[in-house]
Design a protein around this ligand. Structure first.
Ligand SMILES: Cc1ncc(COP(=O)(O)O)c(C=O)c1O
Length: 458
């Protein structure tokens, strides 16, 4: 029997030769699905950036996914971040399979919640208490409500290009075309969707990220009305942008000065850039934080954590709950996932850091050899590359100055070479503990060939 690696080479030729790459079944499924489901999938992120039709997957294991036409890919989407231990991890699925015999949902307290909270605290030592919800959207929404209750103020401040889920307060200035958004240091709040009431929009102030001076000017004007500053501590929804030295600490000090709660949205960075998230990595502690994706390795769950005085407002004035908050199988999967991640004092994170650096260095080598317009950034377990003339990207407005068409064109060629990632240049690539050096080398070989081919044709 062939190993998975051999099969992979056979089907798609990771060295660059494209054999019989067909995606007709995906095309037909998309046509049929669109008639019943608006945009063809239950989340627009899965379909909106594809030119003709997206690829429909129906099986995945480790770092591999197989589409409905039988093509095999090495996955660099990892379901937008959750799969820190890879697809269908045996230890996690075994735990779920074993537990599910006990029932699905009780609607009562359950010991698994305590067990996961205890595990969570081993990772996130910076926060006193934690509670569980269903999605990242639930987590940021409830964190904002707690902050409003705690401060008695209504407004929140978020940053251009940061994404906190699709609830009305988060879906503001996720995309913000500069001519419409106006001043860089004090951008207008722009709705990310039709249907957000103006009254809600009026409670959201927007700032330019990585710009302490801009933020302090805004706070001088509106600071006394603002309940919470919410941010992705590493901006990961508009390519991948790291905080400038001292920036997070500066925001922390400004928040304290104006009696504003600081919320770190660690939905992407949590359990990924370090065991304690970006707050551990950068040494800045928020008042509240939201966690999801890599907490469970693919099961629906999120967490809100924070300082005791704020978390204990839940049940003391702040309403909280949901039928599916803290579902037993998701709690089970999360406990199994965290147990894997804490092996040998979290040594996996050093390995993941090395792997990410190797991939970044490999992309830089391609840039040096064949295409100077490639720009790379990375944090442990997260990597981005875009085509741009800029030598640095520090905020949203710089992040959108890129050759989007080239990114998409190269992504198409990568698919043909068996490498899967999102066609939207704003999406970063998450790596996992099960990606191997061979996966990274396959990515780099395919990228070199794809860029060469794209540049020849354009
Ligand atoms: C930083 C961040 N916060 C919140 C969310 C929303 O999470 P969910 O899609 O689980 O609702 C996302 C989703 O990608 C995210 O990237």
């Amino acid at each position: 029997m062939q190993s998975e690696d051999e099969t992979h080479k056979d089907i798609i030729g990771i060295s660059g030769d494209k054999k019989n790459y067909e995606t007709k079944r995906s095309m037909n499924l998309f046509k049929k699905t669109k008639r019943l489901i608006p945009s063809g999938a239950s989340s627009l992120m899965r379909t909106s950036s594809w030119d003709d039709y997206p690829i429909f997957m129906n099986r995945a294991k480790g770092t591999r996914m197989w589409d409905v036409d039988g093509n095999e890919y090495i996955d660099f989407l990892m379901a937008f971040g959750p799969l820190i231990n890879g697809h269908s991890n045996e230890k996690i699925t075994a735990a779920v399979r074993k537990y599910i015999k006990n029932g699905d949902l009780y609607g009562t307290p359950n010991e698994l919640e305590y067990k996961l909270a205890r595990e969570f605290k081993k990772f996130v030592k910076t926060q006193d208490m934690v509670t569980f919800a269903l999605s990242g959207t639930d987590a940021t929404f409830n964190a904002l409500r707690i902050a409003r209750a705690a401060t008695g103020k209504d407004m929140i401040l978020k940053f251009e290009g940061h994404y906190h889920g699709l609830h009305d307060y988060g879906a503001v200035s996720v995309e913000a075309p500069p001519p419409v958004a106006g001043l860089k240091w004090f951008p207008k709040s722009l709705p990310y969707s039709a249907g957000i009431p103006q009254g809600v929009m009026d409670t959201v102030v927007v700032s330019n990220w990585n710009d302490l001076e801009g933020l302090s000017k805004i706070l001088r004007i509106r600071g006394n009305e603002i309940a919470a500053i919410i941010m992705e501590p590493i901006m990961a929804n508009s390519t991948l942008v790291s905080p400038e030295p001292g920036y997070l600490k500066g925001v922390r000090e400004l928040a304290d000065e104006y009696n504003i709660l600081l919320i770190f949205d660690e939905v992407i960075t949590g359990f990924r850039v370090s065991e304690g998230g970006a707050q551990k990595l950068y040494g800045v502690t928020p008042d509240l934080s939201s966690w999801a994706k890599a907490l469970s390795n693919g099961y629906p769950i999120s967490a809100i954590a924070g300082k005791k005085e704020y978390m204990e407002l839940i049940g003391n004035g702040v309403g909280y709950g949901g039928t599916y908050f803290g579902v037993p199988i998701s709690l089970t999967a999360s406990i199994a996932n965290l147990k894997l991640l804490e092996t040998n004092e979290f040594e996996g994170y050093s390995m993941l850091g090395r792997l990410t650096r190797r991939m970044a260095r490999g992309i830089e080598e391609i840039a040096e050899d064949i295409d100077e317009s490639i720009f790379v950034n990375y944090e442990t377990g997260l990597i981005t590359f875009v085509f741009t003339e800029q030598k640095q990207i520090t905020n949203y407005r710089e992040s959108i100055v890129m050759d989007w068409n080239k990114y998409k064109g190269v992504q198409k060629k990568m698919l043909q070479r068996g490498i899967y990632y999102h066609p939207d240049g704003a999406e970063r690539m998450p790596l996992s503990m099960v990606h191997t050096e061979a996966d990274i080398e396959a990515f780099l070989t395919a990228l070199r060939e794809s860029i060469k081919e794209y540049n020849r044709e354009n």
